[in-house]
Design a binder for this molecule. Structure first.
Ligand SMILES: [Zn+2]
Length: 365
């Protein structure tokens, strides 16, 4: 059966061959741990297909995710986990062999392509084949680092960028083209994973403090973390969840929704605005919202993995005003609104649950 989707390969480089048996064994262990972390993350909706070689190969069918930005964030998330694991291995070793000494020099390269492939069943296992598979694997041997100076990269081919509707999202990326004798020319965009990771790591975490908690609503959704994130942040489904007539997100930077963006919602004649103050896929995002009587409230939407589902917790902070007297006034006025707000969040939870149930079931059939 011929199918369409994204093809991803990820490889760890930086090790040369080791002659010493101990060094070789250490290098193999380190790579196994790092690859294991990546494989552990490439779960549904990704499907991992082993081709008997070291680089990881996974595919994602069209329609499995709603937003190009989510795919980008999935790739960035892989790098985040790779870095974390690499640091952890480094901290836990006291060995000074060549393999262990070079841990911090190991780098991750990711190539994402979009195309078609044929799925065959061979001895009970799914096997993929097709030209686009050859393309994505060949692209792993590239001159990206030499040509662009980017060591930890994700390369999105033009086909992938188009399929993801990356649009402005590629503005922060470098244009790059590879030539191969047999495959010809393949152009695309180089995304610097390290600089994105560094920027997020250095930014301050902003979330609703439990000391300041006004109320909390929780719900479990029968889908993987990234998919639930995708459903909560995609503007049309976000609009449906809030039961707004219209929703728009303004102030995107390089086409991305993130810190500093304003979300405007129209409810009849009323316009409500939320400002995104923290954005950490697929962990949580925080917004500041205006309350009646010109106060503000903070909301954190946190996602966490449970055994077979994703738990979403919506935390709302106590409303605050300009000063103590103003805060007290708002709290008094809001006392009546609190119950209604909580009911609204629960209704939204049900709306997303129902949407996921219908849409994800359609995708699987
Ligand atoms: Zn060692």
């Amino acid at each position: 059966m011929r199918q369409q989707g994204y093809l991803l390969v990820a490889d760890i480089t930086g090790y040369s061959e080791f002659r010493d048996p101990e060094e070789l064994a250490h290098a193999e262990n380190i790579l196994r741990e790092l690859f294991g972390t990546l494989i552990g993350q490439l779960k549904a909706p990704w499907e991992i297909h082993e081709l008997g070689t070291d680089p990881i190969f996974a595919c994602l069918l069209d329609g499995d995710i709603l937003q190009g930005q989510t795919l980008l964030e999935m790739v960035e998330h892989l790098y985040r986990l790779f870095t974390k694991k690499r640091e952890q291995i480094l901290q836990n070793t006291t060995c000074s062999c060549k393999a262990c000494e070079q841990i911090s020099a190991l780098s991750l390269g990711i190539v994402v392509h979009h195309g078609s492939f044929i799925v065959n069943e061979v001895a009970g296992a799914e096997r993929l084949s097709g030209e686009d598979l050859a393309v994505v694997h060949t692209l792993l041997r590239n001159r990206i680092t030499e040509a662009t100076g980017v060591e930890m990269y994700a390369f999105f081919t033009e086909a992938a960028a188009n399929a993801m509707s990356l649009g402005e999202l590629v503005h922060g990326m470098k244009i790059h083209t590879e030539f191969y004798e047999q495959l010809g020319q393949h152009g695309g965009f180089v995304h610097d994973l390290h600089s994105i990771w560094k920027r997020t790591k250095e930014s301050r975490r902003i979330y609703v403090d439990t000391k300041n908690l006004y109320f909390r609503v929780e719900g479990d959704f029968p889908a993987p973390l990234a998919i639930v994130w995708d459903y909560l942040t995609e503007p049309e489904r976000w609009r449906q969840r809030l039961r707004a007539n219209y929703l728009s997100i303004k102030g995107k930077s390089q086409g991305r929704v993130g810190v500093g963006c304003d979300q405007h919602c129209v409810f009849g004649k009323q316009v409500k605005t939320q400002t995104i103050v923290d954005w950490r896929p697929f962990d949580y995002f925080t917004t500041d919202l205006a309350t009646p009587f010109r106060g503000t409230m903070r909301q954190t939407t946190q996602l966490s993995e449970t055994e077979d589902s994703t738990r979403v917790s919506w935390y709302f902070s106590k409303p605050t005003g300009r000063n103590l007297a103003h805060t007290l006034l708002i709290k008094l006025k809001m006392a009546f609104a609190k119950g209604r707000m909580r009911r609204d969040v629960k209704k939204g939870r049900q709306i997303i649950y129902d949407l996921m149930e219908t849409e994800l079931a359609e995708g699987q059939s």
